[in-house]
Design a protein around this ligand. Sequence first.
Ligand SMILES: Cc1cc2nc3c(=O)[nH]c(=O)nc-3n(C[C@H](O)[C@H](O)[C@H](O)COP(=O)(O)O)c2cc1C
Length: 243
Amino acid sequence: MDALWAIKTRRSIRSYLQKPVEFDKVTAVIEAAHYAPSAGNLQDWKFIIITDKAARHAIAEHCLEQHWMAHAPVYIVVCSNEERTEMRYGLRGKRLYSVQSCAAATENMLLAAHALGLGACWVGAFDEDYLDRTLNIPDTARAQAIVTLGYTDEQPGEKELTSLDSAVYFGTYGIPYEKPHLILKDYSVEWEQQAQKAKPALEKGIASIKKSVQQLKEKVRPPTKEEEELPQPRREEEAEWKG
Ligand SMILES: Cc1cc2nc3c(=O)[nH]c(=O)nc-3n(C[C@H](O)[C@H](O)[C@H](O)COP(=O)(O)O)c2cc1C
C-alpha cells in the first residue's frame, strides 16, 4: 500500500466484527509503532496488549462510557516511559518530547493497522487513575493513548477537511501567501496559469491562420478539367478576371 494513499484513506473505526485478530498482525502493528521517530531515539514507549473481554468492557466504561470500544477484540495501551527522556531533556523532555514520541508511535499503529486491512481508533478520553491502578502503570510511566484494533464493521466515507490554505502560513504565523508555488519555486503552476490566460488569444490566432491557409489553398487550387482544356492565354485571362 502506498504511504500517501494509506494516510489519506485511513479513518477511525468504531464498529468491529466479532472476529479475532491474528497475533502476527498485532505484532506487526506494534512493530510499526517501534519504528516511529522519538526524541533522541530514546524509544521511550511501552505497549500493553489487552484482549481479555471483561477488562476491555471495564476500560470502555472508564473511557467516558465509550461502549463501542468493547467490541474491538484488541486494545493496545501506549505508555510513555518518561524517566530517561526527562533525564536527558529535563521537564521539556517529560512534558513534550515523551508525549510527541508516543503520538508518532500511535499514528504509525493506525496506519499499519489500515495497511494490514484492520480498523483502529485512537482513544484519548480515559480515566488515567483507573488505568494506572488496573494495569499497574508505575509513576515513571504515563498512559498516553488506547488504540482499539479489529476487523472493521463499517466503511466510513471520505473525511471532510478544512481548506489547507487556512492552515498554512509563510514566513511567520498568520501570514498567508497568495502564490505559494512561487515561494516553493514550482514554476509549472505559474506557467500553467499563464498558458490558461493566453489560451483564448492563441485559439483566435490559430483560427485566423487556418482561415488564411484555406483561402490560399483555394487560390492556388489545381485547374479543373474544363479550365485545362482552355488555351493557355485564356486561362490566365480568366484567372485574372476571377481575381
Ligand atoms: C489525541 C486524540 C484523542 C482522541 N480520542 C478519541 C476518543 O476518546 N474517542 C474517539 O472515538 N475518538 C478519539 N480520537 C479520534 C478522533 O476523533 C478522530 O481522529 C477524528 O475525528 C478524525 O477522524 P479520522 O481519524 O477518521 O480521520 C482521538 C484522536 C486523537 C488524535
